[in-house]
Write a protein that binds this ligand. Sequence first.
Ligand SMILES: *Cc1c(COP(=O)(O)O)cnc(C)c1O
Length: 455
Amino acid sequence: MICENITMKEVSIPEGRSETRLFFAGQDTVELAKKYGTPLYLMDEDRVRANCRVYKEAFKKYCGPDAYPLYASKANSFTRIYEIMSEEGMGIDLVSSGELFTAIQAGYDVSRAYFHGNNKTDFDISYGMENGVGYFVMDNWEEVEAIEREAAARGIKQKALLRLTPGIDPHTFEAVATGKVDSKFGNAIETRQAEEITLFAMAQPHIDLLGFHCHIGSQIFGEDLFEKSAEIMLGFIEKMEKSHGFKTAELNLGGGYGVRYVEDDPHIDIEKKISQVADSINKTCEDLGIQVPLVHMEPGRSIVADAGMTLYTVGSVKRIPGYKNYVSVDGGMPDNPRFALYGSKYTCLLAENRDKSKDKGKDKGKDKDKDSFVCSVVGRCCESGDIIQENVNLPNDVRRGDILAVCTTGAYNYSMASNYNRIPRPPIVMLRGGEENYIAVKRETFEDIARNDIK
Ligand SMILES: *Cc1c(COP(=O)(O)O)cnc(C)c1O
């Protein structure tokens, strides 16, 4: 299985028969689907906490006692997740006033929050300062000016970082590659725009410029990319110190490591990777003769992705001989738009494997290929692009009413969900301790969907 929290277990069912069922975080997914209905987002709370601890402990160990990771909350933003981040001592990164509002609702101490985004509005800036956001990560000139203006009006000195683009193509999907020179985000080191905006920010009396941020993109597997971007950033930091006497206190390397969506994805030893990045930073700083800055990283996906699973109910199984097969489920692009957006890969599993050994005797296993067929798992929207995954292998006997699970949906699913076709968003049910489950986000109702309509 792609993650340890997913297992198949034999359970007894009526008439003395048994079947194997999919368990997530130690709990029977068929029972969870019955209890809460589908489509259903599940979140393994223990896994979220364990993922936080891997980063947190590695940061303490290798980057110094004051270093800590920030949860990039755009990956999955709801009140309960900010409570968990608060309990785990994680910093957070926010990209909108809506996320900030949610964090505040959760009682999260936002003096530990970093406010990101390439176009913070005047409202965002004033709402952020009003609520005591710790840090703004300034993206552009207009923002530096707006933050200076707002801080001056409030008579405060606002702590801030500047977002730079180190000019790295992460060899990942174009749509999530953000550290290249031609990015809409940040200021390119290569074009000297990074240096110009640094001088401009340094000159602002109400901005306390602490350092620099970069984010080279999501779903990063090669550790050398973090080392590489750190090296470029430190080269810039050295230049700012030697040419302009600017001492950098903080270096934020942006989003975290990749996760396994399918069996072919590599397994990443995050602790080891962080130790290597830290070693490389220490060595580069020594070579350059500069002080080692406080290092941050902002994992989103690798904190929540493998803690999530979506359960659907199968509706129709359509076979078009000689062409294609479809299995339709009761959700789709409104709850998971990632295949439609990026062609993202997912592992789909049927939650029940009915025991076929009785009819097939010893041939079981040999005939495995004949027992399954290849299909596209599609949603229920009026849109051909409403696909969860293509080329999925499912048992031949899949039928209406079966529960189908899509693994690793904890990141960028709920947070990207829409009400397309006026479909209510699924609830989020948290799982913990192997048997406890509770609702963290309620299922939307039709009334919720029409709430803002004026008659
Ligand atoms: C999206 C994003 C992250 C998180 O990236 P993951 O791949 O989810 O770890 C971190 N920082 C910034 C600025 C981002 O935009």
